[in-house]
Design a protein around this ligand. Structure first.
Ligand code: BTN
Length: 325
């Protein structure tokens, strides 16, 4: 996207009509250049109307993140959290992994209004909509070794579900290994990438994508059951309020994890796990799918399942889905 596209969309963010001439003039650009820049709006998941004599209008008002307001809240919650908000980036996690290698401190957070190549688990892409998603990553350094970070992504899931619940997404639950769901529909995805020495220290980049208010255009590009904060909370928080809470909740969870590992949140995870005791279909990364029942989660985040023919199995990576009996 071009810088001009974001500048123009900020002018249009209130959802009212604005004349193309006024916008172009205020940005020091020609009408034709503005027109070209706004042609990209549908790619960002936006409906933009152009009415002769009235100008441009967005289908819905657009809320950009208020970086200063979020940073003020974070300063009170945890002084180590340093937030940067950018309009566009390929992937906040890819950028933070680079910064981690360059020595960036623990607590560095990067949020993007738009990710052009958002990454999901298992090589999938992560779909977002401008103003309709939260996409951010948090860099955290641990004294404990990379070999002792098992269960970290599950602890992160608990932190995200808790923050969503605090803002009225009352039925937020987790799905092993690290989705956050409401009524079996995904509301947030988590990608945790770690590196470092086996015995420590280590570093994690925690990437979180939240479906805030997905419009039709974004929904068309998503191939799994999803829901969003707007559909689940009676009085939805602003994107900025939610981002501040998520980051504060994550910082507290990551601190707990440094001290106690996954055992700090294992009980909470169990009680939030929507698939506990359920009949599921297990889809391993390479092997053939099979049926099982979810039994428990181990202290290292491994999922324990019972099968009819192979007894108890421990899963460190796989996908599970509900099985209808
Ligand atoms: C998944 O459910 O597959 C994980 C999705 C993780 C998406 C987030 S969005 C912010 C961060 N940057 C990325 O490229 N991915 C994560």
């Amino acid at each position: 996207m071009s810088v001009l596209t974001f500048q123009a969309l900020r002018r249009l963010a209130d959802g009212r009509f604005h004349s193309g001439e006024d916008i172009a003039k205020s940005l020091g650009r020609s009408r034709a250049t503005l027109n070209e820049a706004l042609k990209l709006a549908p790619e960002l998941g936006l409906d933009l109307f152009s009415v002769p004599g009235k100008g441009y209008r967005l289908g819905e008002p657009l809320e950009f993140l208020d970086a200063d307001a979020v940073s003020r809240t974070l300063a009170a919650a945890d002084a180590r959290l340093r937030l940067e908000v950018v309009d566009e980036v390929d992937s906040t996690s890819s950028r933070l992994l680079e910064r981690a290698a360059g020595g960036a401190p623990s607590g560095t957070c990067l949020a993007a209004e738009w990710q052009s190549s958002g990454r999901g688990r298992r090589g999938r892409s992560w779909v977002c909509a401008l103003g309709g998603s939260l996409t951010f990553s948090l860099l955290w350094r641990f004294e404990r070794g990379a070999g002792h970070l098992g269960g970290l992504s599950l602890a992160v899931g608990v932190a995200v579900a808790r923050a969503l619940r605090e803002w009225g997404v009352l039925r937020a639950q987790v799905k092993w290994p690290n989705d956050v769901i409401v009524d079996f529909r995904k509301i947030a995805g988590i990608l945790v990438e770690t590196s470092g020495e086996m015995q420590g220290p280590s570093v994690a980049v925690v990437g979180v994508g939240v479906n805030y208010r997905l419009g039709e255009r974004a929904l068309e590009r998503i191939d799994q059951p999803v829901t969003d904060v707007w559909g689940c909370a009676a009085t939805p928080p602003s994107r900025s309020e939610l981002l501040a809470s998520l980051l504060a909740s994550l910082a507290a969870a990551l601190d707990d994890f440094e001290r106690q590992g996954f055992s700090a949140s294992r009980d909470a995870w169990r009680s939030l796990h929507a698939y506990q005791g359920r009949a599921v279909r297990v889809v391993p990364a390479r092997d053939a799918p099979y049926d099982a029942e979810v039994v428990d989660v181990d202290p290292d985040g491994t999922l324990v399942v019972a099968t009819a023919d192979r007894g108890t199995l421990r899963l460190s990576s796989a996908e599970i889905s509900l099985r209808t009996r």
